[in-house]
Design a protein around this ligand. Structure first.
Ligand code: PEP
Ligand code: CO
Length: 447
């Protein structure tokens, strides 16, 4: 199939699913112009380094941990919350590495995860129907006409929030906080007494013992920065295309285009139409790309997506994020692995065990820890049976003590859900559920 010429605006002649109805197109155009003049968030070299790291995942030499909020919130924008999310991800990564000996590539759903695809364009409460909530990049979750009106000024706010979040992440990961000898300090007080927190303390002690042993043997652990700094990357769903286009720049060294809004971008299960605007836009940028693969996938279309998004078959360029649901994965995943395997495309296989396992308990959207673990167990087993490397997990979590998902070591029940349910979109694992899950994944990785 020959492709027409790509430009940052070529998506505009394709149908774009899941876009809001902007009430004022002139002010949207004005905001896009302002965004085009603002500095990039990430650089081409960083995105290339991440592609390389994901290439190692595609080759079975590393593991991808991609995690963060379902939807970041302008309202919950606090340094503590960002730090605690980072802490949990660092704890999970160190647990995985310690248990499996495999390097972990760390990617946050953070510093730009502000736009949401929705199952309906409107929401009705009583006899009032309003536009649906599409993430803080577009409107507010509050159910009033004013709050639900798509507001282009939010694109500028999202950019500013992303800049500040990324700045903090860079400071934490390069400024000493993420140094391996702080492994104990990442365990938060409310997690410490949970079974997951205690298991983590044990891992942290063992790591400290190993560090002391190496020092005692005369190995200078400060000699190169490896133990003091962590590479941490950002990602979000590239949903709102005017925003992504406005932050897309040409790399002065190579002439290639990069979407500077994040290191990695993904296409959701609802926007992966082969001839759609999202696929058209992302095929032209050099960032590593993810595609969500749900139970409705057509195998021929999946192969064409691989051809379109990764024509040069670069390992690490394309991650397929499988999200079938614990009850569907055994039926769906084997044929998907086989089709892509036969095509010869080098992809990263990741499992999102969250989005296929959402249900309502007493009117509250939730997920059960047991179903999440079950989908992961099936993912690992099916990958192994097909001699495919189970390359990563994609999770929705927070560093806080919320009660949004059922089960886990603290045995959160349905009655607990309303106690601390703070997500503005999907239910997230809390910090101890997330660490608990890391131990389950570590177990699966060991095989
Ligand atoms: C998401 O990752 O928040 C999401 C909406 O996922 P999916 O596209 O898989 O439904
Ligand atoms: Co979600």
């Amino acid at each position: 199939m020959t492709q027409s010429t790509w430009t940052p605006t070529s998506w505009r002649s394709h149908e774009a699913a899941q876009q809001p109805e902007w009430p004022d197109l002139a002010s949207l155009a004005d905001v896009e112009k302002q965004l085009r003049a603002l500095p990039p968030l990430v650089f081409a070299g960083e995105a290339r380094t991440l592609t390389g790291a994901l290439g190692a995942v595609a080759n079975g030499e590393a593991f991808l941990l991609q995690a963060g909020d379902c939807a970041e919130s302008f309202a919950d924008f606090r340094a503590d919350a960002i730090r605690d999310k980072l802490k949990v991800i660092l704890q999970m990564a160190v647990t995985l590495t310690y248990a499996s000996g495999v390097p972990v590539v760390k990617v946050g759903r953070i510093a730009g995860q502000f736009a949401k695809p929705r199952s309906s364009a409107t929401e009705t409460q009583g006899d009032v129907t309003l536009p649906t909530f599409r993430g803080h990049l577009v409107n507010s979750e509050v159910f009033t006409e004013q709050a639900r009106r798509p507001d282009p000024e939010r694109l500028l706010q999202a950019y500013q929030h992303s800049v500040a979040t990324l700045n903090l992440l860079r400071a934490f990961t390069k400024g000493g906080f993420a140094a391996l000898h702080h492994v104990h300090a990442w365990n938060m007080s409310f997690v410490k007494d949970s079974p997951a927190g205690e298991a983590y303390e044990h891992v942290a002690q063992e790591i400290e013992r190993a560090l002391r042993f190496m020092s005692a043997c005369g190995i200078d652990l400060t000699a190169d920065g490896n133990l003091d700094e962590v590479d941490f990357y950002t990602s979000h769903e590239a949903l709102l295309l005017p925003y992504e286009e406005a932050l897309t720049r040409q790399d002065s060294l190579s002439g290639h285009w990069i979407d500077t809004s994040a290191h990695m971008l993904w296409i959701g299960d609802r926007t992966r139409q082969l001839d759609g605007a999202h696929v058209e836009f992302l095929r032209g940028v050099l960032n590593p790309i993810g595609v969500k693969v749900g139970p409705g996938i057509d195998l021929g279309e999946l192969e064409s997506l691989c051809d379109t998004l990764n024509p040069d078959r670069i390992p690490g360029r394309l991650t397929l994020i499988c999200r079938f649901g614990a009850d569907k994965i055994e039926d769906k995943l084997p044929a998907v692995l086989e089709r892509v395997g036969t095509s010869g495309h080098p992809v990263v296989w990741a499992s999102d065990p969250m989005h296929g396992n959402t249900f309502a308990a007493g009117g509250i959207k939730t997920r059960s820890f047991g179903a999440i673990v079950q989908e992961l167990q099936s993912f690992f087993a099916i990958c192994r049976a097909n001699t495919v490397w189970p390359g990563g997990v994609h999770l929705e979590l927070t560093g806080e003590d919320v009660t949004e998902c059922l089960g886990g070591g603290d045995a959160i029940g349905e009655v607990d859900l309303q106690r601390r349910y703070e997500s503005i979109c999907d239910p997230r694992l809390n910090a101890s559920q997330a660490i608990d899950l890391a131990f389950s994944v570590a177990e699966l990785l060991r095989g």
